[in-house]
Design a protein around this ligand. Structure first.
Ligand code: PLP
Length: 376
């Protein structure tokens, strides 16, 4: 996010969490007060209620909450038995949680290049990456657009691999009319404040159709046991706290409307920005419902454009400036740009424009004006 210090100069913030809070202040304040009144701070009734409500909302049979959307990926892999010597495939273009948790679970991360239009894992490149050591695939529904799940699942089934969907940016998105999160053995969600459904701190969850896996994930997240004194295995401490659960339950009934508003803003951007030269607008693949966590355009002079927008009070961000294989964290693999040509091409061109449910028509016009004046 931009580091502009004088808030009065920001005409269009990248996101506006406070504006969202104001639309639902009485419900949130009451929810927080109730958690404080009952001291149900860690797990407890508010967390159980949210797990139930979230499972209902996304149509999952089991929901296991945890501390954040990075732990959730790690917990799922540990519960699936990932171990040293295993290989797990992840897209080359994502947030580092997707790949760092594979390493932390003990496996080797194998990157797969992404599709030019959708920024999601390119299924055509999967087959060549699979070895006898491959155990699973972690597709990411990046920016809010579902990955090509039919092709990914077909390849996974052919090779008997599990699939964990990283849904951190894609709450309620659909692929061929079916909710993301319902394709793999598990789905990982983040409720980081800036996500489409955001807490007021860190929070995360997993969903799964598999009762035994849900149990193993819950055990691992809670010190390896579901009851005190009952530690069947060693686990970790990754729990959702009551305040976050109560805030999320208060926000959850609004998620569908907020998502519809994001979609409306994206449509307005498409209409207003399609004639701006040099700007590549997002493409939504057929049969996929995008939930617009991020509105990402491409431009050959991305950095100059971002500075031009910042000077006009329009905050932007880059998700992500260095594709995963090229991060210092992965220098051990010695990857070359040609190994992941699409992700490498994108890293210097992608730019995320402001998009949040409360953005006003005037702010959208300010974004258009600022973009247009750069093109001139
Ligand atoms: C935000 C995010 C995560 C991690 O979520 P946290 O709750 O911040 O740990 C994982 N994967 C992707 C793609 C994300 O965008």
């Amino acid at each position: 996010m931009s580091t502009t210090t004088n808030a009065s100069e920001i005409a269009v913030p990248f996101a506006d969490l406070h504006a969202q809070y104001l639309t639902i202040k009485p419900q949130i304040d009451a929810a927080i007060a109730e958690v404080i009144r009952t001291s149900a701070f860690v797990r407890g009734p508010f967390v159980e209620r949210f797990e139930y409500e979230f499972a209902q909302l996304v149509g999952a049979s089991h929901c296991v909450s945890c501390g954040n959307g990075t732990d959730s990926l790690y917990i799922a892999m540990k519960a699936l038995g990932v171990k040293s010597g295993d290989e797990v495939i992840a897209p080359a273009h994502s947030w580092i949680s997707t790949s760092e948790t594979i390493t932390q679970a003990g496996a080797k991360v194998v990157f797969c290049d992404t599709e030019n239009d959708t920024y999601t894992l390119d299924p055509a490149r999967l087959e060549a990456l699979i070895t006898p050591r491959t155990v699973g695939i972690v597709p990411v529904h990046l920016y809010g657009q579902p990955a090509d799940m039919d092709s990914i699942i077909a390849t996974a089934q052919r090779h008997k691999l599990w699939v964990i969907e990283d849904c951190a940016q894609a709450h309620l998105a659909t692929y061929k009319g079916r909710r993301v999160g319902s394709f793999g053995i598990a789905a990982s969600y983040s409720f980081y404040p800036g996500k489409n459904l955001g807490a007021m701190g860190d929070a995360g969850a997993l969903t799964t159709p598999d009762a035994a896996l849900a149990r193993r994930m819950a055990m691992f997240a809670r010190h390896g046991g579901l009851k005190k004194g009952d530690h069947a295995i060693e686990g970790i401490n990754s729990r959702m706290d009551g305040l976050q659960a109560a805030v999320l339950s208060a926000k959850l009934p609004r998620l569908a409307a907020w998502t519809a508003r994001r979609q409306q803003v994206a449509q307005t951007y498409r209409q207003l920005l399609s004639d701006i030269e040099g700007l590549t607008l997002p493409v939504v693949a057929a049969d996929r419902e995008h939930v617009w966590h991020l509105y990402v355009v491409r431009h050959e002079q991305r950095d100059a454009l971002a500075r031009h927008l910042a000077a006009r009070g329009v905050q932007t961000t880059v998700n992500y400036p260095v594709a995963l294989p090229f991060l210092p964290a992965y220098s051990r693999f010695d990857h070359k740009p040609g190994d992941f040509p699409v992700a490498h091409h994108h890293q210097s061109r992608v730019l995320s424009l402001p998009l949040f449910p409360e953005i006003t028509a005037e702010q959208i016009n300010t974004v258009r004006g600022a973009l247009e004046s750069f093109a001139l």
